[in-house]
Design a binder for this molecule. Structure first.
Ligand code: GLN
Length: 476
């Protein structure tokens, strides 16, 4: 039986003939079958994955050069296009839609010998924090099946948590990689805006969306980032700067980390989480990392600004689903009726709520009161963050105010659900990278950790520091 710890160890086993890609794929297919109740996968590409595994085994045995992700078994959130495979964004409106091209990240994974094992469940159009908004049913947290896995990339997080694949790609518009990673006790990396091409990612809010990575450890996340980052002629926002994890450059670095006391003392933060995290910050000081408090009085503006801007962008992005060009359609004689009935029938409740909210804030007479104000908040935050990163290497915060909550606990109160994104949306508003580092266990049995954020395109510091604090925690 395969016991997967890291890509590096697995590839050593492959090279030494101790395992094969076929064995690994068979192990994960079996594991997915045994854990079907978790509802993490919407589709598993059994035959295809096995066939690719056979091809890769042969390639290796023939002595050919192998890719960086040789034999690595990857799951894709159901918002990433994989040519000739269904991609539904967790929605009925795209239930039978087949991708006509590969997302750039998929091309890059395949070029480096990865094996794609299946399509993972998520909140509809990546809108949600609990996976309860998927048209295909919720995903269960494998630590406690009565609890949510987080969202919107819940299927991708649980797949790594429960050993259904080695790494997954999700998307993070306001926390959808970092928050489920935290709820599941694994690593979740949201790269800087522009670090990874969004070509072939189904859009939710284009100026916030980024493809992110779930992994068992920080090094694996860094390796996948090396593969998927870089410029792309199909996405003009993708920056021309390939990421390489040369952490030895930072070996003797004396780190300085900022925290906002207003966030650690926020009334929504669970008392036990706050206590553990504050205690850990004190211990970091003892190891020589400087931890400095910085005033931040904008905390209560960030969730409203995020939900105004993302719903505005979503209402525009989702107008393409009209029953004419893509996906499901209710045929009617009148075109307007057809659009109405298609959208009414096939979009879920949360997606409709956001389209309506977004259309409202964009409408004449309200634009200035909402969108313009939110844009101002966004630029104030950007100025603030640029100043902060002149002084420190990283910002540390909680990922979520609570550990994974139970099903139904927040789903009837959208405002409460939105407010729980308080710690994650900041990084998307200003485009910086963020990572959730699993560190602790709550007395309720659930995992939680801390989030680190670094300056734009400074994933090197982010990941190296994340490794460092993980190691410190292990020694404690
Ligand atoms: N929970 C947030 C939202 O519902 C984040 C979603 C995401 O990052 N895709 O908008």
């Amino acid at each position: 039986m395969l016991s997967f710890h890291s890509v590096k160890d697995y590839q050593t086993l492959l090279r030494n003939g101790k395992t094969t890609c076929v064995d690994a794929v068979s192990f994960y297919i079996d594991s997915i079958r045994r854990n079907k109740h978790l509802n993490a996968f919407l589709e598993v590409y059994e035959e295809e994955a096995l066939q690719r595994a056979r091809y890769l085994d042969e390639k290796r045995l023939n002595g050919a050069t192998t890719g960086k992700l040789h034999g690595v078994i990857v799951g894709l959130k159901d918002v990433i296009c994989y040519k000739e495979h269904t991609v539904s964004a967790g929605s009925r409106i795209l239930e039978n839609f087949t991708a006509v091209y590969n997302a750039t990240v998929v091309e890059k994974l395949l070029d480096e010998d990865a094996i794609i094992i299946g399509r993972q469940n998520c909140d509809e159009f990546a809108m949600g924090s609990s996976n309860e908004n998927s048209a295909y049913g919720p995903v269960l947290n494998s630590v406690d099946n009565t609890r949510v896995p987080g969202g919107s990339s819940g299927g991708s997080a649980v797949s790594v948590q429960a050993d259904l694949c080695m790494v997954s790609l999700g998307s993070d518009t306001g926390g959808s990689v970092r928050q489920p990673a935290d709820f599941c006790g694994i690593v979740g990396l949201k790269p800087s805006y522009g670090r990874v091409s969004r070509f072939g990612l189904i859009a939710y809010a284009s100026s916030f969306d980024q493809i992110g990575i779930f992994a068992k450890n920080i090094f694996d996340a860094a390796l996948v980032l090396e593969v998927i980052s870089g410029k792309d002629e199909y996405d003009s926002t993708a920056v021309d700067d390939i990421f390489l994890y040369k952490k030895e450059k930072l070996n003797d670095k004396a780190y300085r980390i900022a925290y906002f006391p207003s966030t650690f003392n926020h009334s929504s933060l669970d008392a036990e989480i706050a206590e553990k995290q504050k205690g850990f910050l004190r211990k970091l000081q003892d190891t020589g990392i400087e931890v400095v408090p910085i005033d931040f009085d904008l905390i209560d503006y960030i969730v409203p600004a995020y939900y105004i801007l993302t719903t505005a962008e979503a209402s525009s992005n989702l107008s393409r689903y009209d029953g004419i060009k893509y996906g499901a359609s209710n045929r009617e004689k009148e075109i307007e009726l057809q659009i109405n009935s298609t959208r009414s029938n096939y979009f879920g409740k949360e997606v409709k709520r956001r389209i309506m909210l977004g259309t409202f804030v964009l409408s004449e007479g309200y634009y200035d009161a909402y969108v313009s104000q939110a844009q101002k908040v966004r630029s104030i935050l950007l100025n603030k963050v640029n100043k902060i990163f002149k002084e420190v290497d990283a910002i540390i915060s909680s990922v979520s105010p609570t550990t994974a909550f139970t099903f139904g606990e927040k789903s009837n109160d959208p405002i409460e659900m939105f407010l729980a994104d308080i710690y994650t949306v900041f990084a998307n508003l200003v485009g910086i990278p963020g990572i959730s580092v699993p560190l602790f266990k709550h007395s309720n049995g659930m995992p939680f950790g801390l989030q680190l954020m670094a300056s734009h395109l400074n994933e090197l510091t982010l990941l190296a520091l994340a490794e460092k604090i993980s190691a410190i925690n292990e020694r404690l």
